[in-house]
Design a protein around this ligand. Structure first.
Ligand code: NAD
Length: 269
């Protein structure tokens, strides 16, 4: 999506944190929210893409974007990045806990403890830290919307052989989102979790295949057209539209929801 002039301006005066903003779903969502008037704090590991996006968005609307070099699994850096966001934009309204990696893929007995812990720390601890440091600022506003990116893997799909660390984090994010939704409801902070199927992004760059993977794969023949609705993987923009809806007051009575966005992929697998 190119950052053109917005059709809707429903986020004027609002600030959003987007983790994993430098690529894929996070990038598309940052553009979408900025086009709709939000100030956007772009959290990502050091990379040119994130700073290039900051420049692009600041051309769209002066000073609406702030790129921050942050590893979401690092508690001190996360706390500092949330503080910088609030200092710069004056508060926080929307949090998209989206950063994630595929991580190590292989037979359980071949995975090292550090393989396991790395995926846990980015996908699950990173989600926890994102919420932990954001919640006090959402409470100050008296309302807020949190959206967490899980996956169909680990929730409605279990046939990705060797993906046990990834799938475990994605199942954990759903439980965490629902616990948080109930805990935060009285503060008018909504928490919803989205479960994408295959989306065309750069996520494969974060996959580390173990060479023993072949030993555990059960050959499955998928029917042609694994995502029947789209006849192929979804686009990051498709997910960004959903996140934008969940961030907005148009979804004011929706919390604790687990929303699949997969073009019917998980119904086939
Ligand atoms: P992507 O690789 O294109 O983007 C992910 C971004 O997260 C990258 O910019 C990366 O640098 C950043 N990131 C990774 N680790 C980080 C860390 N520790 N701290 C800060 N930033 C970090 O991938 P994507 O597909 O857009 O992934 C976004 C989310 O969507 C992930 O949680 C992923 O598990 C989930 N998801 C993706 C798909 C898919 O098919 N693409 C399907 C289901 C779920």
């Amino acid at each position: 999506m190119s950052p053109n002039i917005a059709k809707k301006q429903r986020f004027i005066g609002k600030t959003a944190i987007i983790t994993g903003a430098g690529s894929g779903i996070g990038r598309a969502t940052a553009i979408q929210l900025a086009r709709e008037g939000a100030n956007v704090a772009l959290f990502d590991l050091v990379n040119e893409r994130n700073f290039e996006l900051e420049q692009k968005l600041n051309k769209l609307r002066k000073d609406c974007a702030l790129a921050l070099d942050v590893d979401t699994s690092d508690s001190e850096r996360m706390e500092e990045a949330v503080r910088q966001t609030v200092d710069r934009f004056g508060g926080l309204d929307i949090v998209f806990a989206n950063a994630g990696i595929n991580g190590a893929v292989g037979p359980i007995e071949e995975l090292s403890l550090s393989d396991w812990e790395h995926t846990m720390s980015v996908n699950l601890t990173g989600t926890f830290l994102t919420l932990k440091y954001s919640i006090p600022h959402l409470k100050k506003k008296g309302k807020g919307s949190i959206i967490i990116t899980s996956s169909i893997n680990g929730n409605s799909r279990f046939a990705s052989f060797g993906w046990s660390p990834y799938s475990t984090t994605k199942a954990g994010q759903v439980a965490f989102a629902k616990m948080a939704a109930l805990e935060l409801a009285k503060f008018k902070i909504r928490v919803n979790v989205i479960c994408p199927g295959a989306i065309s992004t750069n996520i494969d760059e974060s996959t580390e295949f173990n060479e023993e993977i072949g030993a555990i794969v059960i050959p499955i023949e998928f029917p042609e057209g694994a995502q029947p609705l789209a006849d192929g993987p979804g686009k990051p923009d498709n997910v960004a539209e959903l996140v934008s809806f969940l961030a907005s007051d148009e979804s004011i009575h929706i919390t604790g929801a687990q929303i699949v966005i997969d073009g019917a992929e998980s119904l086939l697998s």
